[in-house]
Design a protein around this ligand. Structure first.
Ligand code: TRP
Length: 456
């Protein structure tokens, strides 16, 4: 069994060493594990909430995609895509918006912080706050729920958003009476180091104390490292490794043996300048080969684009059927599915031929059945039952179920029908998603028709 692990990267800014050590490197390492089915995407719709500078958004999307690929993300193993390439995400955002309590969004930390700031400044509470910022958690819930993600690796500042995604999912499940959504869990990497920046505080764009990962090349990397703040101890004086940002950053790249050697050198009085050179060389050893891949990729935006388009196709193969299932359940299915149900059922069922079951016996003596549409197309093949009564009971159940209550699971190219949590029948394999989605409509239509006839 694989676990679906999904995370989004907001595309503002240029990646720094803190992003690499704290997010990129551990996420890529996790994505390589056989039991992980990773979905990583660039949250460029979220980026619009933070920036209205088109050039910056565009540049950041490209840089961040190239960074993750250069850092070793394997697009054959990971589903890697742009949020804005997935129309199902904004579609789901609206469906979720309609079940989300406004009060829940009032409590979101980021929104509340902006309101508090306005109040302190004596401004109108909502001055300068967009509805985009307000809706941020719902868009994020859609990112996660559209793909049935089980685990969501995030920083601590995002835990509330994952909790909100669970809340919203539960509410939707409750209202529409079925477990449409997997409830996601935040995954907080406890051992991952947060890197100190140039001034010893957490490395962060907002403190302006970052060391760039690739930007400016090895020269910039070295120069920035030389600016890390140290104490005033002279060469020859012992240094305290544990209170030094230099040593903390070094440890994030080095093996235990290397770290022990560096610790000794500091304790034995290596000069800060020389120590910075050692740190630079250690980081450069890891970064140089990645930087080379990065430069190569960034020079070929079309190649990056192709990788992301491919990822979007894979992602939509999951989100598309999910949305089709939801539309069916909430009353937005094809109107043709409706025309024969309800008040006019009697008349209609006389006018059209009806779907039918055909039972048969396998060579091994077990019993199965097929369901055909009124037009004679095969819709479902049941699993095999030892007992013909069990097969009959399932058929009976399907006759009264109706399309809206059918628990239909969409696989990439086929459908599975569940009754009481157990898979009882499969559709044939379809050529593509669109045919499968169409088949889902037909199947629901057929079940509605059967139910309408049963009620006559
Ligand atoms: N809000 C996240 C952040 O700023 C980025 C993000 C957007 C995300 N959608 C997501 C993370 C879905 C996890 C899952 O870090």
């Amino acid at each position: 069994m694989q676990t679906r692990v999904l995370t989004g990267i907001t595309t503002t800014g240029t990646p720094h060493l803190g992003n690499y050590v704290g997010a990129i490197r551990p996420a890529i390492a996790a994505s390589r594990r056989a039991e992980v089915d990773a979905f990583f995407f660039m949250a460029d719709y979220h980026a619009l909430i933070k920036s209205d500078d088109p050039a910056r958004i565009e540049r950041s999307r490209l840089e961040i995609a190239a960074t993750w690929l250069a850092a070793g993300l394997d697009p054959n193993k990971v589903t890697f895509y742009l949020q804005s390439d997935i129309p199902e995400i904004p579609e789901l955002t609206w469906l979720l918006t309609c079940v989300t309590a406004k009060g829940l969004l009032n409590r979101a930390h980021a929104y509340k912080a902006s309101v508090d700031k306005n109040n302190e400044a004596g401004e109108d509470a909502d001055a300068g706050i967009t509805a985009g910022l307000y809706m941020y958690p719902v868009l994020m819930a859609a990112d996660i729920l559209a793909f049935n993600a089980q685990h969501v690796p995030v920083g601590r500042d995002q835990i509330q958003h994952i909790e909100m995604a669970r809340d919203i999912a539960q509410r939707f499940n409750h209202i529409y009476g079925r477990d449409f959504f997997v409830l996601p869990e935040a995954l907080i990497e406890e051992q991952v180091a947060t890197l100190p920046g140039l001034d010893g505080r957490k490395m962060s764009k907002s403190y302006d104390n970052t060391i760039p990962l690739f930007a400016g090349g090895s020269k910039q990397l070295r120069e920035t490292i030389m600016r890390i703040v140290t104490d005033s101890r002279m060469p020859g004086e012992p240094k305290d490794p544990d209170s030094s940002a230099l040593f903390t950053i070094f440890k994030a790249f080095a093996s235990d043996t290397e770290s022990a050697a560096f610790r000794r050198a500091l304790e034995e009085g290596i000069g800060w300048g020389e120590a910075k050179q050692v740190l630079y060389e250690r980081i450069e050893a890891d970064v140089a080969p990645m930087r080379e891949r990065y430069e190569d990729l960034i020079a070929r935006p079309a190649a990056i684009e192709e990788i992301l388009r491919d990822g979007a196709r894979k992602a939509r193969a999951v989100a598309g059927p999910k949305i089709a299932e939801l539309r069916n359940a909430i009353g937005l299915r094809a109107m043709s599915a409706l025309s024969t149900a309800g008040g006019h059922a009697k008349q209609a069922s006389k006018a059209v031929k009806s779907p039918r079951f055909a039972s048969f016996r396998e060579a091994d003596g077990s019993f199965r059945f097929r369901l055909f549409s009124a037009e004679g197309e095969e819709l479902l093949l049941s699993k095999s039952f030892k007992d013909p009564k069990a097969a009959g009971a399932v058929q009976k159940k399907l006759k009264t179920l109706g399309g809206a209550d059918a628990a239909l699971l969409a696989l990439p190219l086929s459908l599975v029908l569940e009754v009481e949590g157990e898979a009882v029948a499969n559709s044939p394999d379809y050529a593509d998603e669109a045919s499968r989605d169409a088949a889902m409509h037909y199947l629901c239509q057929a079940l509605d028709l059967l139910a309408a006839q049963e009620n006559e």
